[in-house]
Design a protein around this ligand. Structure first.
Ligand code: HEM
Length: 536
């Protein structure tokens, strides 16, 4: 045999053996079988790319194996995160040492479409915006508006739409329905304008498609190294090209809303500061334009960013919460029955037994029933089921923060200034050490005490609405709308997920469903005995 050929052959075998040995070495230094392999040059990136289609469940496995904390490294690409789902780290970063973890430049750059609005603002700008939004949302008139608007939308748009779907026997995508419903409600509450997207025929709403693209692209910006996605943006290629188009659509939708609102305000003379009529969240900002000397807080750009931030904050979270609620309830008959029993009590207590179960309940078209915020307030099991949905499927499944200065986390991790921490809210809900052995089960009962009242869970553990000084400002509004919708839909209709329809999370910063939620809708036939039984 040719000696050169023999040499090459031996060298190949040697290389092959070395690769196998090195691979075994990489596997042996892992602390758990779920941990991704840390390759030379690319670090954990190959594992991330291979599992990105089920990122939330994959990262849950990684964090469970690594006992809540994991150092994610993208090798030479520069992608670096400290991943955690440890409640003590959450409490430390979001509350105890809040000042050291501003949203920062990286957040503002990643979420650039939100401009200088409350979500990405820091320091004095954030504080002033927060004080104002908090004051407006706590106003009893705004609360009444939220309750009234949610009820009206359910009665006039949602129930008639579902009744038609039931009568025609066609499957219906509940995710699309909820995104339209929450768009109409949030636009009405924020700007006093109802875009009317939830109507028969479901018109194309470019803003909805554009938001979907934007939220998906922002997700990709978390996993693609900054230099790469910025290069794509500069060259206007790939997802960044779609993002640029989406951004223009979103901006023009928001500008149109504000223009319509201004026109309406001029007609009704709402902006002269003397008129105390309270219409929506935007009104006080428009009044300030005429009365305040502060150039920034009255600029068009600020008003635009404020509307956009509130719109995104309000709409998508509530739509995601409702979608997962109906998925969980329609696949858990035990919970569905308990919810119906609780609603029956409301109907029976207000109506007596001779009102055909419809009076608790202001009847609306076709004899269907709706529930008012005051009636829903006392529904402990419904509230528990909504919390349980938000626990298992938090609409914002992960968040990130950057350390301004070096710090040591409660888990012992030493952070340097500029280090990024990713919090996996979705994973935290699935940790036995945090929520118990039944953490994967949909069990609203975990939210109810033995005395039958709601159980308090600290917000660094039930992290779906954030915790600390940046806690969500729309939590109450979200519960009012989602419970008003859930009660009316459950009482009037039964939903069955279309067999074979695959339900899985979408790659987005909001936990929407990738394929929507296709259901068959059926009107509930209810005899009075149902209501009587519930009463006795
Ligand atoms: C189920 C529905 C909702 C969920 C799960 C939710 C969750 C959250 C979370 C996790 C944050 C923190 C985000 C971050 O700091 O990056 C947040 C912030 C916020 N949310 Fe909500 N939200 C919901 C509905 C709403 C609604 C209806 C509004 C009202 C318009 C709203 C207004 C806000 C505002 C203004 C902030 C910023 C607070 C700040 O940075 O000081 N949210 N929300």
């Amino acid at each position: 045999m040719d000696p050169l050929f023999l040499f090459i052959e031996l060298l190949s075998v040697l290389c092959f053996l070395m690769i196998i040995l090195y691979y075994h070495h990489l596997q042996s230094i892992k602390t758990s079988s779920m941990e991704p392999t840390k390759w030379p040059i690319l670090g954990h990136l190959p594992g991330l790319i291979a599992n990105i289609h089920h990122l939330h469940d994959w990262s849950t496995g990684v964090l469970a194996g690594a006992v809540y904390n994991f150092e994610g490294r993208g090798g030479w690409t520069g992608l670096r995160y400290f991943l955690t789902c440890d409640p003590s780290n959450v409490r430390h970063i979001f509350t105890s040492n809040f000042a050291n973890y501003p949203k920062g430049d990286v957040f503002a750059m990643t979420f650039d479409i939100l401009g200088g609005g409350i979500f990405s603002a820091d320091g004095e700008s954030w504080r002033r915006q927060r004080v104002k939004v908090q004051m407006l949302m706590a106003d009893p008139r705004f609360r009444a508006l939220t309750a009234g608007c949610s009820h009206d939308k359910v009665e006039k748009s949602l129930l008639p739409f579902l009744a038609l779907a039931a009568d025609e026997g066609r499957p219906c995508d509940l995710v699309d329905v909820f995104l339209r419903l929450t768009l109409d409600v949030t636009c009405t509450l924020i700007c006093g304008i109802d875009p009317g997207s939830l109507v028969t025929g479901l018109p194309v709403v470019p803003f909805m498609t554009a938001t979907d693209v934007a939220l998906g692209t922002i997700f990709l910006r978390h996993v693609i190294p900054v230099t790469y996605w910025k290069l794509m943006r500069r060259l206007n290629v790939g997802p960044e090209r779609k993002m640029a188009v989406a951004r223009r659509t979103i901006d023009s939708f928001v500008d149109d809303l504000i223009a319509q609102r201004r026109e309406q305000a001029d007609m009704l003379n709402l902006n002269d500061g003397a008129n105390t009529a309270y219409v929506d969240l935007l009104s006080p900002y428009l009044c300030d334009e005429n009365t305040s000397d502060d150039d920034f807080s009255t600029s068009d750009e600020f008003i635009h960013d404020t509307v956009l931030n509130l719109l995104v904050a309000g709409r998508d979270g509530m739509a995601a919460a409702l979608s997962w609620f109906f998925y969980l309830v329609s696949t858990t008959p035990r919970v569905e029955q308990k919810l119906l029993d609780e609603l029956s009590l409301v109907v029976a207590s207000k109506d007596g037994v001779d009102g055909a179960g419809s009076a608790a309940v202001d009847s609306c078209s076709g004899g269907m029933a709706t529930f008012h915020a005051s009636e829903i307030k006392c529904l402990v099991y419904l509230h528990a089921a909504m919390c349980e949905t938000l626990r298992l499927y938090p609409p914002i499944p992960f968040e990130f923060k950057t350390a301004a200065a070096a710090d040591v986390l409660p888990c012992g991790k030493v952070l340097k200034a500029g280090d990024k921490v990713l919090f996996f809210n979705y994973a935290m809900s699935r940790m036995e050490g945090v929520w118990g052995k039944d953490c994967m089960e949909f069990r609203p009962e975990r939210w109810i005490t033995e005395e039958g009242s709601l159980r308090y869970e600290p917000s660094y553990k039930f992290f779906s609405f954030n915790t600390g000084p940046r806690t969500c400002l729309g939590k109450d509004m979200a519960f009012v709308l989602t419970k008003t919708v859930a009660a009316a839909m459950l009482w009037n209709f039964a939903f069955e997920v279309v067999p074979g329809h695959v339900v899985e999370p979408k790659l987005s910063i909001i936990l929407h469903m990738k394929n929507g939620l296709l259901v068959r809708v059926r009107r509930r036939s209810r005899t009075m005995s149902h209501v009587v039984n519930a009463k006795t």
